[in-house]
Design a protein around this ligand. Sequence first.
Ligand code: AMP
Length: 542
Amino acid sequence: MLGLMQSQPLLTASLIRHAERHHGDGEVISRRVEGDIHRTRYREVAARARQVAQALDALGLAGGDRVATLAWNGYRHLELYYGVSGSGRVLHTLNPRVHPDQLVWMANHAHDKVLCFDLSFLPIVQAVHRRCTSIAHFVVLCDSNKVPAGSGIPGLQSYERWIAPHPTDYEWPVLDEHAASSMCYTSGTTGDPKAVVYSHRSTVLHALSSALPDALNLSARDCVMPVVPMFHVHAWGLPYAAVLTGAKLVFPGPAMDGKSLHDLMEAEQVTLAAGVPTVWHMLLSYLHTHQLRLRSLRRAVIGGAPCSPAMLAAFRVDHGVEVVHAWGMTEMSPLGTVSAPKHKHLAWPDADQARLTLTQGRAVFGVDMKIVDEQDAELPWDGVQAGELMVRGPWVLCDYYRDPGVSPVTDGWFRTGDVATIDADGFMRIMDRRKDIIKSGGEWISSIDIENVAQGHPAVGQAACIGVPHPKWNERPILVVVLTPGCQASRDDILAYFDGKAPKWQVPDDVVFVASIPVSGTGKMQKATLRDQLKGYRLPGT
Ligand code: AMP
């Protein structure tokens, strides 16, 4: 017997159609590359997305053709999200922070046909466009009078002139929900980048689940600011989940410094913002230096890298902001787990609740996970035994696009490359990336745990813990530190700070002071590069 419910494919266009009909006057605010603040509404975003769809028809693009973007978070990027995918093409968000050679590789690998880019990326496009052999159309996201003369880019036209001739009435096609809607590349530390291709179905399901109260807890009463870029796993899906709920959206554009973020948050009364710890660190330092408060923000979503105890305390104690600690991956659209307490945890003392928030949390509906040993045997959820984390679900990839390598999936489970524990309540704690974990005398040391302790020292601005060779113990941890501007601390001060905060055998053997720690295009510390930089380093006494 079949159910007697209407059958409708899950398509991204349904999100913007819903927002247009039910939240038509919902605001979308953007700080533009030009520096001004632009204001629009869902009604208008939907209409202009339909113009984008017809502009792509007019270029003769077929269903499934790739349209690349190289753009900050803003309303035009949002219109492209919906216009490109909704019309059956595939949105490819390029990350402008990767090396230009990699951009060329990605554009050619994806076989992009169109590139839409922000004015600030003109120099990059000028440098690479000849090598992007499949791109036939270049569109710059600005008004027609802002197109730079003599750019050297053939046929370059403004976004506004490109969409203007097309009417706003257009019927979104009924696509196969399994069709590709978008793609992006992981910035692998070795080898070529790998492409993850999302479907309409996976994107809509991910949006539904990430809006739930125990996930990002989004509603039409929220004002959402995705600080995480729309070129980094779709700003963690917020341009879909926020549109689904009808929340007000605020895009910070290129200005991610503490002052710009704070000004915009206060002016637009942002209630939820999402970003990686490096961005939050900048904002918190700015607020601390200028004795400022976050008056409207209620929830800060922290993901992409671990939230440290010091950052949690700054949000909770100094600003009264709830931290939503989330874990995920490009391969998972990206949301996997969120550190939302359960009813029984509400009676816990503050310190225990904080400890819970510092775990990466429990699986959101739709994601299943397990930890396994070296032989792939499942390990118990006792919060102690650590193993490789594997995940599965309708928004977890089943394979990379056009990749000849070994399948990343075993028996339906995707290997995350993260080492984690899971406790009896299902709270997962990432110990490390498998390649970053430090193996000392047959025991594992979590570099994240060591960094979390170090971050509590007031003079430590940034800290990275890496393993270095040791004749007896195989590897020993050292701490690489960037001092907080204006602060001083010696090696011994910092090591003494670990007393009672970490087991003695896990305390780093040395501290190396550096001016900066290399960070990837998605805001993660690049430990492989750091290890390379410190190749000549020898532990004292070895
Ligand atoms: P990406 O695909 O670039 O978003 O990177 C995904 C990886 O980032 C994960 O496999 C983790 O190693 C790391 N990651 C993401 N979120 C967290 C988190 N909350 N805590 C620790 N590591 C994280």
